[in-house]
Design a protein around this ligand. Structure first.
Ligand code: ZN
Length: 374
């Protein structure tokens, strides 16, 4: 569990009790050159600037929370997130939520079924396959559209996906081991599975090429999105000015506490690495006013108290899209932190590993008859 998740807010009454306790012991706080504040009415001052004791911009979690997007409910009950502004008639694209569907593996007994789309050990395979058809139908209007999944392993490996020649080929095929896929073939729905990692979808409006990438922190450090756009340029002559991208729901800066090793990896790869990190302080007023009571000798991010180091994977992937030549206006951030909004999303961290999977999907609408219909 992350340090941030372990900490519980302490009420103002705890601060007052601590004030009184220290005052009774003759230890009321007095800062150099300042008058001691009265015990009642003391308010901590907000200052987000880094000082000589903090390496990064500082925040409390409440300042970093983002609102959840509002899903669209399909006729079959599946709730998913279309991408604002992506109304191209040839393009299918969107992000699933956990709502709708038939899974019972990750919800209380009396709750409605859920849209788990991952073949996890806790869920029933047939139920997951039926859920997948619900999402495919919601996005493409045809539950038989082939859904192409990958065996993801936090790499920067990208495959070029071709249409299966028959429907039985599509159902028998072993998923490719990769974390990104690209296709120019109509009639396929490319999928990336996530439950905290960041899904990124890219479409070439001119060449009609689509791509889906899985970017957890490891894939992000390995530049999967940047190299994915490079593959589109190389294989399909895509031009960055013709590309649009959407960054889907994942664990947000508000919640994604990481260790120093993640900072080191980012610093080894990106000149802008330090812009992606924040020191997040507990909003506990006692800790703020009396930090000396909570000192430890551990590095930030490793202590159960004090600031934790958070990384912004959404901004990291937005930067990669910009580095690849996309304009800021062509990048949509769908938003929604998976750990904050567990009513809407599956979160691996929030549920300590016992989580379903969501999907980001993208495809080219098929103008012709299905190629494997005989
Ligand atoms: Zn969050």
């Amino acid at each position: 569990m992350s340090p941030a998740a372990r900490k519980k807010p302490t009420s103002a009454s705890s601060l007052k009790a601590t004030d009184l306790c220290l005052a009774a012991a003759g230890l009321a706080r007095s800062e150099h050159g300042r008058k001691t504040r009265p015990v009642t009415g003391a308010r901590p001052v907000r200052d987000t600037r880094p000082n000589r004791d903090s390496r990064f911009e500082r925040n409390v979690p409440d300042e970093l929370h983002t609102p959840a997007p509002v899903p669209l409910r399909a006729a079959n009950g599946a709730e998913w997130l279309p991408i604002p502004g992506w109304d191209l008639p040839w393009l299918w694209a969107g992000f699933s939520t956990r709502k709708g569907g038939l899974s019972r593996a990750y919800c209380p007994e009396d709750a409605p079924g859920e849209l788990n789309l991952g073949l996890t050990s806790a869920d029933d395979r047939e139920t997951v396959l039926r859920n997948r058809r619900l999402l495919v139908e919601a996005v493409t209007s045809n539950p038989a559209t082939p859904l192409i999944v990958l065996r993801q392993f936090h790499s920067n490996r990208i495959v070029h996906t071709a249409a299966p020649s028959t429907a039985s080929d599509a159902s028998r095929a072993q998923p490719h081991k990769a974390d990104g896929q690209i296709t120019a073939e109509p009639g396929l729905l490319l999928a990336i599975q996530t439950a905290d990692c960041i899904p990124v979808l890219v479409a070439d409006k001119k060449q009609r090429v689509v791509a889906a990438f899985h970017a957890g922190w490891r894939g992000t450090v390995r530049r999967i999105v940047e190299s994915g756009v490079g593959s589109m340029r190389l294989a399909f002559c895509s031009r960055p000015q013709d590309l649009i991208a959407a960054i889907g729901p994942g664990i947000g800066l508000c919640c994604y506490a990481v260790g120093e090793e993640v900072l080191s990896e980012f610093e080894s790869q990106f000149s802008y690495a330090r812009d992606l990190f924040r020191e997040v302080y507990d909003s506990d007023p006692v800790r703020k006013k009396y930090p000396m009571l909570f000192l430890t000798q551990r590095a930030p991010g490793h202590s159960p108290i004090g600031p934790s180091l958070h990384v912004d994977l959404i901004e990291a992937n937005r930067r990669q899209l910009l580095s690849a030549g996309l304009s800021p206006q062509s990048i949509q951030i769908v938003g929604g932190c998976t750990q904050c909004h567990t009513d809407l999303f599956f979160s691996h961290r929030a549920s300590h590993g016992h989580a379903g999977r969501m999907m980001a999907v993208i495809g080219i609408r098929e103008a012709r008859k299905q190629r494997y219909t005989r």
